[in-house]
Write a protein that binds this ligand. Structure first.
Ligand code: USQ
Length: 396
């Protein structure tokens, strides 16, 4: 029997490519989503770079091309009964070739969160949506696993933003502390810079509690901003491409700069641009989750990896984008604008990120070639770009 993997948030930027990646490699895959991201994008009217078929349609297209099945559940995981149905056999699939229950999953990948820092700070209502969605889904998950399947490995997407930008080296999740002659190991201090990032800190605490109380197996991946949209599997058919945002609220900085360069919109460097983060190609997110699945955490272990492949500043990123864009004749302008966020613009940043490479991940880097490929994709869809969504100024 092949391994069953459940992907919570399977319609999202990372969820759908992850589903195809595992399906291609022989796993039994079920995706669950309530379209939170798409509804939020419609609600605040931010255009995506190209239209993306529904989850059911994409599962059908995938099946037509590969003969493989990705089972689809449309449901809201903040409802504990929806979460529990995925484990107790009462699940209802909205699309499946074989609608019988696939059995308890060996692995659950939890992406089912509101992922945008600006969205979480638009106003009190969006703060409320972010907190209730993210924390309730995580809590429902740990209880479902506790009650039905303590051997299931939970892989949770956290964020490097949980650590903030401390003035000391960032370890992979844990820190040995010596205090008044005694030693202990603790979660590395967390001090997030947005409400969204704060929900991830709280998720980590919830899972750490569940690990201590019930010996669950959890891997928490502290991911940096991801870029790109092309994976091996999406090359099969353009309609399988993942959703791609370039607006201020849901677009992350690399994807935004790529689209801005193509649109002839001056690159929006916030403030001094010394903000340094760890980044990774979407292809590496898939590898990281796959390698984590193949080498699960132990019972009673909260294993934490820093999921980044390289670090650079916003200024560095603007430079690469301009250099490559100019070679392609785009004539890219870079413009520092007043930072709508409250964050350090020049700071120390030295995270460790060896754990995932140690279990077999082979990093891709943001080379000029990779930048050029991304610019070419954006050029292909240039007609869809809406300049009015690029900057709105959501303030912290
Ligand atoms: N930035 C600019 N100009 C822009 C957009 C962003 O200078 O037009 C700056 C931001 O001020 C920030 C940095 O670029 O200093 C990264 O911003 P981002 O919007 O790419 O990323 P962020 O809001 O931190 O969140 C994203 C994802 C989130 C994930 C996080 C990883 O949306 O889900 O958790 O990246 S991390 O940044 O490591 O916390």
């Amino acid at each position: 029997m092949s391994q069953h993997i459940l992907i919570l948030g399977g319609d999202g930027y990372l969820g759908w490519p992850t589903a195809m990646y595992f399906s291609q490699r022989g796993y039994e895959v079920t995706v669950v989503d309530n379209y939170l991201r798409r509804h939020a994008c419609n609600e605040i009217d931010v255009g995506m770079l190209y239209p993306v078929p529904t989850l059911q349609e994409r599962a059908k297209i995938w099946h037509e091309h590969t003969g493989k099945e990705i089972k689809v559940v449309i449901g809201d995981l903040t409802d504990p009964e929806v979460m529990r149905s995925l484990f107790d056999g009462s699940v209802k699939y909205q699309w499946a070739v074989n609608p019988e229950f696939t059995g308890i999953p060996e692995t659950v990948v939890h992406y089912a969160e509101q992922p945008s820092a600006p969205y979480s700070l638009m106003d009190y209502k969006h703060a409320d949506i972010t907190i209730t969605n993210n924390l309730r889904v995580t809590n429902n998950l740990v209880f479902a696993v506790r009650d039905f399947s303590r051997d299931t490995h939970i892989i949770k997407l956290g964020t490097m933003g949980e650590y903030g930008t401390p003035n000391i080296d960032i370890e992979e999740g844990w820190l040995e502390i010596e205090h008044k002659g005694r030693k202990g190991k603790f979660l590395f201090p967390r001090q997030a810079g947005s409400l969204y990032h704060t929900t991830k800190v709280m998720d980590t605490d919830l899972m750490w509690f569940a690990v201590r109380m019930w010996d669950l197996k959890v891997t928490d991946l502290m991911q940096g901003p991801v870029y790109g949209n092309e994976t091996e599997e999406s090359a099969i058919d353009d309609r399988l491409k993942t959703l791609f945002n370039y607006d201020e609220v849901f677009g992350t900085v690399v994807n935004r700069f790529v689209v801005q360069a193509v649109a002839g919109y001056p690159l929006t460097v916030y403030g001094q641009g010394g903000q340094t983060r760890g980044y990774l190609n979407i292809k590496d997110t898939l590898q990281c989750v796959h390698k984590s699945t193949e080498t699960p955490a132990d019972k009673g272990e909260l294993r934490i990896f820093n999921q980044i492949m390289e670090t650079f500043s916003v200024k560095d990123l603007a430079e690469i984008t301009k250099r490559v864009g100019d070679k392609m004749g785009l004539n890219v302008e870079v413009k520092s604008i007043e930072n709508p966020r409250k964050e350090a613009e020049e700071h120390y940043y030295n995270p460790t990120y060896q754990g995932l490479v140690n279990i077999g991940v082979e990093p891709h880097y943001l080379t000029d070639d990779v930048m050029e490929q991304m610019l070419r994709v954006a050029e292909h869809y240039k007609g869809n770009i809406r300049n009015d969504v690029i900057f709105r100024g959501v303030k912290w």
